[in-house]
Every structure is written in C-alpha cells, then in structure tokens.
Design a protein around this ligand. Sequence first.
Ligand code: PHE
Length: 348
Amino acid sequence: MAGVLSDLDSVAKEGQVAVDGAATVDELRVVEAEFVGKKGRIGGLNRLLGNPSLTVDDRRAAGAAIQAVRDELIARVEQRRAALASAERQARLGSERLDLTEVTLDRPRGHLHLVNQARNALEDVFIGMGYVVAEGPEVETDWYSFEALNFPVGHPARDGFDTLYLNLGEPGTMLLRPHTSPVQIRVMQAQAPPIYAVMPGRTYRKDTPDARHNPNFQQIEGLAVDRGISFGDLAGTIDAFTRAYFGADIGSRLRPASFPFTEPSAEFEVACVICHGAGCRTCSGTGWIELGGCGMVHPNVLRAGGLDPEEYSGFAFGFGIDRLAQMHHNIADMRVLNDNDIRFARQF
Ligand code: PHE
C-alpha cells in the first residue's frame, strides 16, 4: 500500500511538471497520453490495486487517491491546452495579419495633369488681381458662340474656327464651343459691371493633331467691363499676368490683329521662355512667342450681353492653356499632353 501511494505521489509530481512544460498543443497531447491515457502511468497504478496483499479498505483508499490525482491532472491538461491554443492562435493571427493601410501608404498618389496645373496657376494669378473665375457649357449654341460675338451668319471668320457641329435641333444651331469667348456673353448677362472675370474650360476644333494642335484643348478667357476701361489697361493687364506667371523677366507685346468681337484687336506675344528674348530655334530667332488674342470689347458684343456701349467699355483676351504649358516647359510635341503616357505625366 505504501509503495502504491509513493508511486502515485511521484507520478503526480512528474505529471504536473510534464503538463506545465509542454510547449505546444501537440506536445501536450503526448504528455496527456503518457499520464492519463488508457495505457498511461495512472492506469498502471490502478492495475497495482489488484495485488492480493491489499485489504478492501486499503484498495478503496488508494483507488480514491489515484482518482483524485487523475482528475487533478486532467484539469491541469485542459487548462494548459486552452492557454497553448490561444497563444498559437494569436501567433498565427499575427503572422497572417494583412494591414491594408500599410499597403496603400506605399502606393504612389496621382497628381493633376500638367494642363490642369497650368490652369490652376493661371486662376491663382488672376484671382490675385481681383478677378473671379466663371464657367460656361462646352455644348453651346451658334448664337453664343458666333452671333452674339459679332460674327453675322455667313461671316468668313466663322470658317477659321473649324467648328464641330452637333446633330441636335435645327442643323447648325448646336456645337462644341471652339473657343471660350461665348462665356463672355453669359457673364455679362449674369452680372452687372464692374466685371473682372476669367473663364477657363475645354474647347473643341476639327483639327488634325500635330505638334502644335489638339482637337480638344483648354482655353482661358478674360473679360473686364467697367466705366472708362482703356486699351492701356488691357496692355498693362497682359504684361502683369505674363510676368506673374512666367517670371519678372518675361514681358509681353501686342501686334495688330483682327477678331469680329474686339475692336481694336491684337495678338499678344510673350518673351521666349527658352532664350529670354535673345532669339533661338523655339521662337524662330525673333525672341517672341505668340500666345493669344485680345482687344477692346466690340460695342455689338456689349449690346448682346445687355450692356450700353455708351456707358461701359471693356477688354477681353483669350489663349490656349495647353499652348501655354507647352511653352512653359518647352514641350516639342503637343500630342503628348493627350497620350496618357504615365512616363510623361510623372515628370510634372
Ligand atoms: N477667342 C479667340 C480665339 O479663340 C481669342 C480671343 C479672345 C481674342 C478674346 C480676342 C479676345 O482665337
């Protein structure tokens, strides 16, 4: 009897140490079989109780002691299994963790296209000069695009615009605007002078793409209408904006031109941004590059906008933003602006 009880004592102690020392659920399963399994060491002690030298009372007492040790070991195994399983689960979750924010942080973020960057920079320059930004529709009527701008029906200058007409309503009445000038009329109709507004946006012409043309491009229009506006105000404004946009050493000059909606009219040129006026290949040796058109708003245009030309005068200008960006960054072929080639877009 004493032998059985001292064996039980050492099995209990060894069992506790083995259970606590199992490092994984699999190791624990082996320990469990060794001690409390069918052929385990506690089962072996039970078999010793068959020894005929034991009394009934001894057998009962020893049997109860063995059962108590067994129960205690089983409980300890379950506790250990729960702890190991939870630790293993935590480790697996840690190693399989997929952090979506980490993934996105590594990705390059897009940025505005070069032409839109130029448009924003231009808007900033004019806002700094007290102008507001206005917009008009890309699908326009013939009236806003031409007639209100003093191109009578059949006027030859209409042909110069290579306009894309739409199959909408009466033939020849709806079109994709070939310039932003129709927005001048819309702005005059919408607000009373003083008007100081710039109007950027997409424009369309039936042009074959080449190094200096895209059939879809952006223009920005300027309009100032107030009492006593003069041609000097126009020249000063053009010069102030080119120096603010390109830098203090890039001035401008005007040359006579003709547009139905301005009188007198001019083309404005800026000092060549490559050679700063000295003359190079980009400016064909002249030192100047043509940028856009401008002039004093024609009385008929003021009338179409609902204003009295005896009371108000104004100037207007317009030019291509794509052309400006091309000039600013010395881009040889304008078609790259619409190619969507990421290697080009990334450079700006
Ligand atoms: N609308 C003209 C063009 O597209 C430019 C312009 C605007 C000229 C305003 C004079 C005044 O060519």
